[in-house]
Design a protein around this ligand. Sequence first.
Ligand SMILES: Nc1ncnc2c1ncn2[C@@H]1O[C@H](COP(=O)(O)OP(=O)(O)OP(=O)(O)O)[C@@H](O)[C@H]1O
Ligand SMILES: [Mg+2]
Length: 420
Amino acid sequence: MSLNDDAGTDVNIAIIVVVVVVKIVIIVYVCNRRSKMQRTNPYVEDSRFIPLTMVKFLDDMERERPIRFTSQQLRIATENFSILLGSGGFGTVYKGIFSNGTAVAVKVLNGTSDKRIEEQFMAEVSTMGRTHHFNLVRLYGFCFESSLRALVYEFMINGSLDYHLFKSKNGLNVNVLLGFEKLHEIALGTARGIAYLHEECPQRIVHYDIKPGNILLDSKFCAKVADFGLAKLCNRDKTHITMTGGRGTPGYAAPELWLALPVTHKCDVFSFGMLLFEIIGRRRNMDVTLGESQQWFPIWAWGKYEKNQLKELMRVCAIEEKDEQVAERVLKVALCCVQYRPETRPVMSIVVKMLEGALEVPEPLNPFSYLFPGVSEAGDSLAQIAWNAGGSDWSSSEVVTGSTVVTGTPLMRRYEITMA
Ligand SMILES: Nc1ncnc2c1ncn2[C@@H]1O[C@H](COP(=O)(O)OP(=O)(O)OP(=O)(O)O)[C@@H](O)[C@H]1O
Ligand SMILES: [Mg+2]
């Protein structure tokens, strides 16, 4: 072996030693830094969430995780909760803007922040925050402090669908902007969002409260389903949702939610069908100001369909001739979705295909025959009692209070896993 070879080997060994030492120093430094941060910032302990102070260090992938905000940060963003957007069964919603310009909707949840439920709360929020789809409202993060329990959502500039469908200004409907074509797109987007929750995301999410108020519209009036996962997250009091009590909103809630029958994801299909009727009619399904036969739109619409009087339906609903074909398809899908028996309702991916026109809609059976045994003409008293489950307000967030039985094992119930 030559002198040159010896020198070369020494240099190689020296390089290896230097590399190993540098690596050890880096590892020790990183570990030290981590434990220091964990001591000063309790939120780092929970790797499911990103504390806001660290956001700027994280790449886009990590930003997919929900962020934990402090009440102070939310107070600043919302200017001390001064811009009210509205309120519902779970809490009150305020507009906020973060210093980087991101607009948010902060939903301050009713009830107290019991330390004992913190872990469960975070588990649910973690699932909701990781559920991403174009037709779902994005959950950016949450706050869980003794003084504040809140959810932070992306802000939807055009508000909720019910506003555009039902609110009128000086006698004119403000939804002049939303023609039937756009409404059909919104219906389709909503169906895609629900189909994702039911059939595509890793852990099935049953919404339980599909209604126009929970369909929000972005700057291009694209539909985004809001409040998914909330039914499970929030234990509503007497008038609100619980896992053991009734769920949903009267007028949209499926029969199995207010009768002691097994509940599956098909309850969302039913509510979606009710939403479709409201899109076709551009009115609330129940309107006591109208003549008796038209008070309950779904039954009136079924009557028109059954008697082949769709021209009259189109005229009453002010649907233009160019939209009639699509409107008829939407009506048939609505009738399929609100079938009494959950197993005869289609799954949402099929609903999407039918609304797209990619799949022919089968001739629907009368979905309301069970309400009027032996009566063919639409009466209203029995229907109102049954469909209102004893309540009287069809438009509020108040929920039905019938008993609910969810099929499956306790574990399946826990994760809302239901059989198809
Ligand atoms: N992400 C959001 N962006 C913009 N506005 C929102 C957002 N979330 C909610 N809002 C507004 O706040 C209002 C109240 O919402 P909230 O969810 O509390 O009530 P709801 O949808 O009527 O009833 P429910 O409690 O059954 O969901 C909505 O009608 C909507 O106008
Ligand atoms: Mg809502």
